[in-house]
Write a protein that binds this ligand. Sequence first.
Ligand SMILES: [Zn+2]
Length: 443
Amino acid sequence: MIEIWAVGGYSEIGSKNMTAVKVDDEVIIMDMGYNVEKIVNYEGREGEEITKLSYKQMLKMDAVPNDTQLKEEWGEKVKAIVIGHGHLDHCGAVRLLAKRYKQAPIIATPFTLEIINKGLEGKKLYNKTIALNPSSKYKISNKITIELINMTHSTLQTVAIAIHTPYGAVLYTNDFKLDNTPVLGKKPDYEALKKVGENCIAQISDCTTVDKGGHTPSETLAKEMLKDILLRYQNRDNGIIVTTFSSHIPRLSSLLKLAEQIGREPVFIGRSLFNYLEAAKNTNLFSTNAKIAGFVRQRIKLLSQINKNREKYMIICTGNQGEPNAILSRIVNDETPYRMQDDDVVIFSCKVIPTPTSVANREILERKLKGKNIRIFKDVHVSGHASKADHRELLQILKPKHFIPTHGGMDKLVVAAEIARTMGYQLNENVHLLQDGKKLVIQ
Ligand SMILES: [Zn+2]
């Protein structure tokens, strides 16, 4: 018998992803994520990093999945904790929750493990860790083998997690897009997905942008969009700042090449950029000779140097959501040695995450930029999440007996259920709309 416990990520978007799957008497946990909005809020308000807080404090803030009941009922049976990728809403809470299942190893790709380790701020994980490359398998017991299947998303080494069991495979695709021409890394491993499709008992799938029509365009389009803007500023002396998600190594790699193309020196500024770029370097996935200023003293020194020869550089910095403590907000507030001038360019290579905090922070930031006569380019971005046609395509490949949408509020889950309905599935029979804390038995 297979049981699925929707611990977190089923009631709101971008938050606390965590699912447990019980195969007879053995349990596999997938993802342990933060509620990112609660964290941005806390850090903005207190000016203090979240790493100072304990599990209990975070639980009280509703910033980590509530696994109290899970620990009580299934805790002893947990055989492995598998993390699908290095975004904080999927891996951020590992440092606090994993030790509650001490006996279970943490399995993830080398890049994801690097990100988890960076979040520990020098401390060590209690659990054993197992680094598994995408497209490889690990035997947990006589009944369970874990397979990590290469997928595309907006950070490196994102995988779909297959739990192979005597009842068929449970496939966890949270998050993914189907990008056949990625700018860094390989396209999705369709062969492995087809193989899972031969006997897939359940698919638990990301719904972040399930309401968007068509296919999500490839990351190569984002590169072209950036190129179109940046080429216009070749041989001009405007200061240029680009901001994007720090974890988006493929985007950073495109920016690096484009800076060189327009004859400017790319420089990366910000702590989280430093962490993600270092993780990519340590795992031999991407490296650069460009200057990276992660810490305060380096940042001040570099920005003061850039300020003297603004036309020679392209600044790539943190703060795409208008976070008050990130570099872009500090620059616009004149808290750094870099001074913005009329007609300087700021490119937001991202979307605004639709949470009240991000929307408000970005509004404040853009107002300040406009006040300084900055040329703003927004939404120069392509999503890392699947759209309607991608969901349909994956469902066709996998043909799961049961379909369980996740990573969204009910409004998103319902859209995913509707897609499945058009393909012959039926609500409550083989499509299940779970909410945080709910369990499902699959026969
Ligand atoms: Zn993600």
